[in-house]
Design a protein around this ligand. Structure first.
Ligand SMILES: O=P(O)(O)OC[C@H]1O[C@H](OP(=O)(O)OP(=O)(O)O)[C@H](O)[C@@H]1O
Ligand SMILES: O=c1[nH]c(=O)c2nc[nH]c2[nH]1
Ligand SMILES: [Mg+2]
Length: 210
């Protein structure tokens, strides 16, 4: 209620200018940063990749369901481990389709450096309850959105060597590490996931202004 909330009126400006919003989101860098850090990172990625493969929410849902169809004959799976963060959405779709209710995460933060290998840190390990399901993870389904170089997959496979490893998309370098996937794209393709995208103007193919 105006005058009763104890809060100052909201100033006009962008989200990060609003005092109430700036504290919890202080760690979030806007896409266009003053120092150009993210823009440089994106450029770094793109200069090595020739093709773009943008995926809509509908397409992703369809592909994740297709993954569930492929996995349906390969279970039963007693638990799903999703590799955060990209594995969270496909795991939500697959666990619904396969009626798996024991869901765990392995939380990995990658610090991408596309000219070298980059480093990864395991922020949360797989729960001991899941590790005890079967010898080396037998009966456990590991899910990620994609496999690219295979670095993340290799790290998690070492934790549960007998688990079934599934991704929605795969690139040739990482494919040998995946048991089941839906669509393969070439190594020089960057997959754009719907949670990373927003609506933007597309110039006409002719090159005009539209
Ligand atoms: O085969 P690789 O070369 O290891 O690449 C694949 C991994 O990269 C992406 O995750 P990312 O580390 O970018 O983090 P996120 O899932 O938190 O977005 C993707 O979700 C896979 O987990
Ligand atoms: O959004 C993404 N798209 C990709 O193609 C990719 N490869 C590694 N990590 C990735 N993240
Ligand atoms: Mg990931």
């Amino acid at each position: 209620m105006p005058g009763n909330s104890g809060l100052d009126p909201l100033p006009t400006g962008i989200l990060s200018d609003i005092p109430e919003m700036s504290a919890p989101f202080a760690h979030v860098k806007p896409l266009a940063t003053d120092d150009g850090h993210l823009a440089d990172q994106a450029e770094n990625v793109m200069e090595n990749l020739e093709k773009a493969f943008p995926v809509s929410w509908e397409q992703f849902h369809r592909d994740a369901r297709a993954l569930a169809w492929r996995l349906a004959g390969q279970g039963p799976f007693q638990a799903i481990v999703c590799i955060t963060r990209g594995g969270l959405v496909p795991a939500a779709i697959v666990c619904r389709e396969l009626e798996v209710r024991l869901i765990d995460t392995v939380c990995i933060a990658s610090y991408h450096e596309y000219k070298t290998q980059g480093t990864s840190a395991v922020l949360k390990e797989i729960d001991s309850k899941v590790k005890e399901i079967g010898e080396g993870g037998k009966g456990v389904l590991i899910i990620d959105d994609l496999v690219d170089t295979g670095k993340t997959a290799r790290l998690v496979r070492e934790m549960l060597p007998n688990a079934h490893f599934a991704t929605v998309y795969s690139k040739p370098q990482g494919r040998p590490l995946v048991d089941t996937f839906v669509t393969e794209v070439s190594q020089d393709t960057w997959i754009y996931f719907p949670w990373d995208l927003g609506l933007s103007f597309q110039p006409p193919i002719s090159g005009g202004k539209g």
